[in-house]
Design a protein around this ligand. Sequence first.
Ligand SMILES: CC(C)(COP(=O)(O)OP(=O)(O)OC[C@H]1O[C@@H](n2cnc3c(N)ncnc32)[C@H](O)[C@@H]1OP(=O)(O)O)[C@@H](O)C(=O)NCCC(=O)NCCS
Length: 255
Amino acid sequence: MAGSVRDLPAPWRDEPYLVMCHGRSTVAVAWHDDDALVVLLEGSGRDPGVIGVGDADAVGRLLDGAVTALGPARWATLPRGSWEAAADGTRAAFPGWEAANSWDCMWTDRPLVGISDHAVERLPAGVERVDAEIAEALDRAHPTASTRPGDPRLEGWWAVREEGRLVAVVGAIRFAPGLAPHLVSLGVDPAHRGRGLAGAVLAAAVSDGLLAPTLVGPPMVGLGLYAANDVARQVYVRHGFVLGHRFDSRPAHRD
Ligand SMILES: CC(C)(COP(=O)(O)OP(=O)(O)OC[C@H]1O[C@@H](n2cnc3c(N)ncnc32)[C@H](O)[C@@H]1OP(=O)(O)O)[C@@H](O)C(=O)NCCC(=O)NCCS
């Protein structure tokens, strides 16, 4: 079809994950029914890839019908269980894709709830002194955070400072200009966990993010987390994020 996500038929054209994360990419081909959608995406700044949303079994069936056209795909992000639901021959067409990263996609279109009262600082991205301070805080609070200061997609940071040190931080990126903000690298210093500081920085980032203009889709704020991170998922759900998708991405990163 060679259009954008916004050219897909309803309800898929409004699907929040597609709009927030891939709203500026090119949909080369799409397969859909009432229960599921599979797209071959290009032009997202990375190699072509497959995305599926909807019912896992239905995505598996769509993959079976699409497999000959999916040759250019170098990665896939699919509802958990859909790879296993696809036919053996479909899976065999993608050697090396057996191992997956399991992650959850969440979003909100409204201010967070249940937030305790902590002063939150807004810090700019790309300022050397700030970057050094955030990096030092992440080393304590979330040493494996995948988005570090210096990433050109970063738009800013939200943080709680106590006794001169940052003890809770979260950043925001956009996957492409005009898309909704996506929160990254949430971390709370282990000595300050359990006090609601994650909620405080998240709430400030969300309220600013909902006011930030988007060119594609309505105001939203999204995030992703590893599926095994039960503590983080509970924090996000408690404060009002919607658990939108449980995805497996392939091939898994092995770093
Ligand atoms: C996930 C995280 C940001 C939560 O931050 P937080 O400010 O402690 O969040 P909360 O205060 O809401 O507490 C959340 C849960 O942490 C647990 N907790 C409470 N005290 C704790 C402590 N001293 N140490 C560790 N965890 C504690 C509890 O399960 C609590 O849930 P509860 O409110 O039902 O008791 C924090 O644990 C963290 O930085 N983890 C490592 C990095 C990470 O996983 N980031 C998220 C990536 S998606």
